[in-house]
Unconditional design. Structure first.
Length: 225
């Protein structure tokens, strides 16, 4: 396993491994972590869904496969929150050499391309690093759903003025005393903003091509023939 989290846009909310979308495209992947941008994007009514990466483990019995889960959410609601966060980030990034305004522009430009209605966040590789019990794995995904909701609520709680919001967020990243805004705690507004050890990283890498190129409905059905 590559031990990454994977983010996709797709046209449905999978009820099972075989419940494939008509269209699906990659958005981003991240090693050993789930970036804050993923949680912001996934904050639009996130809910438990079936994983499309795998329908169980290799050593499972065909009649008793481990149910693996992922997270589905609404794209537009999450993207609106991410845009608010990015506009705030512009004021902070002026002091970060490796975070030029052009990187933020590219983030919005990439995500503003025509996308599907829903998002899919796959965390199974991270969840399986030290666990294989189905109930525990489900608990990990449910905890991440809570983290996504809290990230969205934190962005909603910020003032509309991005400069004022920037001052608030910079303070919270160093002091976790404001519970409503605590999802911002730990963000690195320096050269380490996307380092592996940052928790959480900002997450400003986007690509259509991911390690797992998930099959659409047609591709999945063709593979069964």
């Amino acid at each position: 396993m590559a031990n990454r989290s994977y983010l996709y846009s797709l046209s449905n909310q999978p009820k099972s491994y075989s419940d494939r979308p008509e269209s699906i495209s990659g958005l981003s992947e991240w090693p050993y972590s789930i970036p804050f941008t993923y949680r912001a994007l996934m904050s639009g009514n996130p809910k438990l869904c079936a994983s499309l990466v795998s329908d169980g483990f290799e050593d499972d019995s065909p009649d008793n496969k481990t149910q693996l889960y992922a997270i589905s959410s609404d794209f537009e609601a999450g993207f609106a929150r991410l845009k608010k966060f990015v506009e705030m980030l512009r004021f902070i990034s002026k002091d970060i050499k490796d975070l030029p305004d052009s990187m933020l522009n590219e983030t919005l430009k990439f995500l503003q391309k025509p996308k599907n209605r829903y998002l899919l966040l796959e965390t199974i590789e991270l969840d399986c690093m030290d666990e294989s019990e189905e109930s525990v794995l489900r608990g990990y995904v449910e905890s991440e759903i809570i983290a996504c909701r809290e990230a969205g609520a934190a962005i909603d709680a910020l003032p509309e003025d991005p400069k004022v919001s920037a001052d608030i967020v910079k303070r919270v990243t160093e002091n976790n005393s404001e519970s409503t805004l605590s999802p911002f705690y730990g963000l690195q507004f320096n050269g380490k903003f996307d380092n592996v050890e940052s928790e959480p990283p900002l997450g400003l890498y986007w690509s259509d091509v991911l390690y797992y190129e998930l099959e659409s409905k047609k591709e999945f059905e063709d593979s069964l023939e």
